[in-house]
Design a protein around this ligand. Structure first.
Ligand code: HSE
Length: 438
């Protein structure tokens, strides 16, 4: 049978990895897909020709991405440019031209996925996006197919490799934030705008996609609560360790009676949990299903070949399904498109979680008791409390507390009251805490 001809948009980190994997594993890929996969046409503005093994097999390389999506020879368009625009226009035009699409673009799917999937459905084409979440980990396939029997209760994931790399290097080697970020950029992990990594936007894109697949809801990126890692201080990392916790930047989606929690923020988790020990650029997603219990998916969350692994897996899936009836294909968001639910996403002040609090309290009698009584009045129960040694001549000492679970709205009120105390200096550091027990 003739090989399937694909068009490739982008020859950057993931694009070059995709060429390498398609070339290196061509024989096995063809045996799996039932047909060979040939890159007929690629578009890229800049690329490192010498670093891309197999580039000589690409039929044609130009600069015009629209020429690729309009190329009649191309059956599947692989979008690896990233960003919202022109990726959205390119993908919609490819779909309008009747071409299937594979993309690694989480920003595009999280923000415009509802529109893209509706267009794809109307045109009877497939859109694969395994590479959009957690790099090389096949988490989309696991949620959409492997866990299809389950009522998914919650998901918690380390889903940004750059952020995890930064936190790990800071903790293990005491390295400087900016220096580690530079290394992540050099290794091709970071987004074009690295604030997407450190402020949690990239993780929020990915969590939005996972929540849709898990709970059968439309993509709602704008409702995801997002807090980054840039406020985390070395002393919090150290205090967390002393208390038996690690700080990880987690994406959490949880089904509650009132709605769905959708949030990305630094989180203390017990250090004995497997996920607490996921370091460097590695990602991990913990999924709790009612039938299967907790399951954990682990692997490289960014990088050229790991992400290409997911892109090529999608290509194999699309090639296998080219001749199937569009109505019998696996639905893009796991649930049949007419069966998506309008379950509300909860505002953050209704989310319930435990907390780590750190504040600088004046070192004099009654201060700790006053803070404890404010928490008590707000219905917040303290699980642990530690006052650290004052430094030579210090008037204030760090006070670290762990609380039981409470609604964020109540905690906000308590923090405002504590910060208004003359005996507390500066802002209270609050880091949410999750047990993640199965
Ligand atoms: N910037 C992303 C990360 C790339 O660091 O996880 C993979 O999506």
């Amino acid at each position: 049978m003739e090989p399937v001809k694909i068009g490739l948009l982008g020859l950057g980190t993931v694009g070059s990895g995709t060429v390498i994997v398609l070339t290196r594993n061509a024989g096995e890929i063809a045996r799996r897909a039932g047909r060979g996969i040939e890159i007929a046409h690629a578009a890229a503005r800049e690329y490192k020709r010498d670093a891309i093994t197999g580039i000589e097999h690409i039929g044609r390389i130009g600069e015009d991405a629209f020429a690729v999506v309009d190329d009649p020879e191309v059956e599947i368009v692989v979008e690896l440019i990233g960003g919202y625009s022109p990726a959205k226009e390119l993908v919609l035009r490819a779909i309008a031209n009747g071409k299937h699409v594979v993309t690694a673009n989480k920003a595009l799917i999280a923000r415009h996925g509802n529109e893209i999937f509706a267009a794809a459905r109307a045109r009877g084409v497939m859109v694969g996006f395994e590479a959009a979440v957690a790099g090389g980990i096949p988490i989309i396939k696991a949620l959409r197919e492997g866990l299809a029997a389950n009522h998914i209760e919650w998901i918690a994931g380390i889903i940004n490799g750059t952020g995890n790399f930064i936190l790990t290097e800071m903790r293990d080697k005491g390295r400087d934030f900016a220096d580690v970020l530079k290394e992540a950029q050099a290794r091709g992990y970071a987004e074009a705008d690295p604030t997407f990594d450190v402020e949690g936007i990239d993780a929020a894109h990915k969590l939005t996609i996972l929540a849709s697949l898990a709970f059968g809801i439309p993509l709602q990126f704008e409702r995801c609560f997002t807090e980054g890692i840039s406020r985390i201080e070395a002393q919090d990392v150290a205090y967390a360790e002393q208390l038996g916790y690690r700080i990880k930047h987690l994406g959490i989606a949880r089904r509650c009676p009132e709605g769905i929690e959708l949030r990305v923020h630094p989180t203390l988790i017990p250090h004995r949990r497997l996920i607490a020990n996921v370091d460097g650029v590695m990602n991990a997603v913990l999924v709790k299903g009612d039938a299967v219990g907790p399951t954990l998916y682990y692997g490289a969350g960014a990088g050229s070949l790991p992400t290409a692994s997911s892109v090529v897996a999608d290509l194999v899936d699309v090639v296998r399904a080219l001749t199937t009836d569009p109505n019998n294909r696996v639905p893009h968001l796991a649930f049949q498109p007419d069966e998506l639910a309008d379950t509300p996403i909860l505002p953050m002040d209704q989310v319930e979680t435990a907390y780590y609090l750190r504040m600088m309290a004046r070192d004099e009698p009654g201060v700790m008791a006053r803070i404890a009584s404010i928490l008590g009045e707000q219905g917040i129960s303290i699980e642990a409390i530690q006052q650290k040694e004052p430094g030579e001549g210090d008037t204030h000492v760090p006070l670290v507390m762990l609380t039981h679970r409470v609604r964020e709205g109540q905690m906000n009120q308590a923090i405002a009251r504590i910060e208004a105390q003359g005996s507390v200096q500066g802002a209270v550091m609050r880091i949410r805490m999750e047990n993640l027990a199965g």
